[in-house]
Design a protein around this ligand. Structure first.
Ligand code: CU
Length: 161
């Protein structure tokens, strides 16, 4: 008899693996809002790291390390029905992500100079809003920044289920 798992037992096994994953306990990830990239000071006004990959239930803390920045989700760049946010300038903000998918965000005063970032919440259905997020029209230097981000995402090994 061939060694085959039924779909149901495969899903159960996957869930068990997920629970056994060391980082399963909901994690808080930090993203700093900076006037200059820590490894390349010529890059001004950045989120660091610019791409954050998390699991459902995880929290991202956007930290006002340097002043004058905020984190706000970009209209059209969050999964349907998922959480959106709009942090105040100079304030830390914590966002908890439950729905898998791609969450684009920006610094409101610096979006046009390319201060944008992406949170990827892994899991089933995560690819559903990718095209919509990529299709959002961007202005100024945000356009190039998003092209760079999407190119980087393409090279990532993401667990899509
Ligand atoms: Cu900013």
């Amino acid at each position: 008899m061939p060694m085959m798992l039924s779909r149901r037992s495969f899903v159960a096994a996957t869930a068990l693996l997920a629970m056994a994953r060391p980082g399963f306990a909901m994690t808080t990830h930090e993203v700093q809002m900076l006037n200059a990239h820590p490894e390349d000071k010529k890059l001004r006004q950045v989120f660091f790291p610019r791409i954050q990959v998390v699991q459902p239930g995880d929290t991202v803390a956007f930290l006002s390390t340097d002043k004058g920045h905020n984190s706000a989700s970009v209209r059209g760049m969050t999964p349907e029905g998922a959480t959106t946010w709009d942090g105040k300038i100079n304030n830390d903000i914590e966002v908890t992500f439950d729905t898998p998918g791609f969450y684009g965000y920006q610094c409101t005063p610096h979006a046009s100079v390319g201060m944008v970032g992406l949170v990827i919440v892994q899991g089933e259905g995560m690819m559903d809003n990718l095209e919509a997020a990529q299709g959002v029209r961007q202005r100024g230097k945000a356009k190039q920044a998003w092209e760079d981000i999407w190119a980087e995402v393409e090279g990532m090994d993401l667990a899509t289920a």
